[in-house]
Structures are given as structure tokens and as C-alpha cells.
Design a protein around this ligand. Sequence first.
Ligand SMILES: NC(=O)c1ccc[n+]([C@@H]2O[C@H](COP(=O)([O-])OP(=O)(O)OC[C@H]3O[C@@H](n4cnc5c(N)ncnc54)[C@H](OP(=O)(O)O)[C@@H]3O)[C@@H](O)[C@H]2O)c1
Length: 327
Amino acid sequence: MIDRGADGALEAGLKRCPLRELGASGVLIRVAFSSLNYKDALAARGAAGIVKRFPHVPGIDAAGLLVDDRESPPVLVTGYGLGTEIWGGYGDYVRVPPEWVHPIPAGLTMREAMILGTAGLTAALSVDALLQAGVDPARGEILVTGATGGVGSLAVMLLARLGFTVAAQTRKPAQEAYLRALGAATIVAPAPDDQTTSGKALSKARFAGAIDTVGGAVLAGVLKEIGYGGAVATCGMAAGSRFEGSVFPFILRGVKLLGIDSVQCPRSVRETLWARLATTWKLTDLAGIAQVIDRQGLGAAITEMLAGERTGRTLVALDPEEARPAP
Ligand SMILES: NC(=O)c1ccc[n+]([C@@H]2O[C@H](COP(=O)([O-])OP(=O)(O)OC[C@H]3O[C@@H](n4cnc5c(N)ncnc54)[C@H](OP(=O)(O)O)[C@@H]3O)[C@@H](O)[C@H]2O)c1
């Protein structure tokens, strides 16, 4: 739980609260797993615009069981207002509007659903957007930026699973083996900022498309490197929310810039993509990208995430026993 102290400073810690603090309306879920997303890290630091009121429990993802319907399959909630407008998945329970609740498809466990979580849905939305824009594996290599992050890792895996040739852009050259194991064919270092924000309006066309999780000057650079008729799915802002560019990628190469939102994305789209993630797009080695922590581990993981130092996905097990490494 995070709260503002009397001096306005942010305090974070574990607190026991009565269930009635979740309110009376909505579906009560006993949470088994949550995850750590970049937005959770920002929320946990009290970032303006994310947390609506204090005290607050972060956690934009949750998977668990319906308290009042023991026959129901396990369920998941990602985004909407979970962990932002209302208390989120780092509590033992969440109470949410029924329309936010999705049954976890039979092909996924609760653990797998939360290793995917918002990051998996966002990667799936991004891949789907590229496919709908006509970018298929025959068109050429696809760049993924912030490739060692949660969305980045899952985007690399999904693209490779679907037969794309993937170039992974990372600031962590030591993670080359990790990225190749996910399916990346090429490892790319980010260009220095002064090369991406200034100079020529277009660069050599290197990629058929891109999934950009980083934003800022990186996105500006990526747009210059997309070939004729290509597309960029943009979902992130880890390196900044503003970027400078020109219209030339759009009017000379017909490049499309595709906005990705996992928070308010329609229920029917989510259902389609979760069903795919459990079947035709199923990633079999999800455990390999997950670090499992309990709530005690959140503080350190959040600090690392905001410094861009974590790799892969962080699964948060509400039961500390589930966070212990297998014997
Ligand atoms: N639109 C949506 O619906 C949606 C949904 C989920 C996430 N997002 C956004 O997507 C981004 C990635 O989210 P995530 O949960 O995957 O976060 P994450 O696991 O922390 O990954 C972010 C990655 O971005 C790279 N990066 C580059 N510059 C950075 C910088 N200055 N500071 C920190 N990281 C930097 C790092 O990868 P390398 O070291 O490999 O370069 C880092 O691992 C975030 O901006 C998040 O807000 C948007």
C-alpha cells in the first residue's frame, strides 16, 4: 500500500485492511498472482496521473478465483482501472466491475496468464496491429525496441513464434544470449540520441516494421529506418513521451504509425487475443522469462525497473510459498 504521509512524502509498505475497504459493489476475486509492469513501478512511486487517490494499492494485473462462484474457471483482470482508479492486484483480494473480468482460457494457467499479463496483451495487440497493416513475415525484418523489457521480450517471442525475423534493440549488450534464446536473429544497439533527433529525415530502410516500447528519441530514429509501406506499433515511453520527427517517413515511404492501448481496449479484442495466446500464439517457455517475487520483493524490483535494469517479466505471487524456487 502506498500513501502520502503528513509531510506529503510517499510511504510504501504492507498493511492489513478489512475487506470492506474494497467497497461493496463488483466481483470479489481472491488474487493468486499479479505482475510488475512499468506502470506499476510509476504508480508505486506516486506518479502524477496514474494514481487517482491515496491510500492506494498498485497492481494493474490480477489472476485468481471468484470468491462467490467456486464453479468458475480462474479469471484475470488487466488494465481498465485496476491498480489506478481502484485498489489493484498487490492485495490479497480485488473487487472489480464484472465487465473487467475475463475467464482464463483453458490453455493457460494462472501463472502463465500473469507472466503474460498487461505486457503479453500489449505485445499481442502490437503484433496484431502489424499483421492488420499488411506487415507479414515475407516483408522483412521487424525491430523490437526495449527488447529485454516485459513487453519487449514477449514481442520478440511472439514475432519469432509467428515466423518473423526479429531484430532486438537493447541497451544491454550482455543480454544477447537471452534475446537469441527468445528468437531474435539480430541484436541492435540504440543509436546515440544526437543521431536520431537530428540529421537526415530518412535513413537507410532496414526494417519492414517495428514494435517500439521505448518512445522518445528511439521512436524518432525507428521511424526513419522503416521501409516502403511498413508500420510501427508504438506502445511505450520508458525513454520519454515526446519525440521529434518529420512527415517524410509517412509521405515518402507510406509508413504507418499504429497506436497501441491495452488499458481501455475493447473486451471483444481482448477475448480474441487471449484465446490466441492460449492456442495458435501460445508461448511454451514463458517460465524462462519470469522472475518470481512476493510482495516483500516489490520495492527492490520497482527500483530496478525504473532504472531500466530488469530483464523479462516479474511475476508477483501473493502466496509467498509460490515465490520460492522449485526444489
Ligand atoms: N500502451 C500500452 O497499453 C502499454 C502497455 C504496457 C506497457 N506499456 C509501456 O511500454 C513500456 C514498456 O513496459 P514494460 O512493462 O515492458 O517495462 P519494462 O519491463 O521495464 O521494459 C522497459 C524496457 O525499455 C528499455 N528502455 C530504454 N530506455 C529506457 C529508459 N530510459 N528507462 C527505462 N527503460 C528503458 C529497457 O530495455 P533495454 O535495456 O533492452 O533497452 C527496459 O527493459 C513502458 O513505457 C510502459 O509504460 C504500454
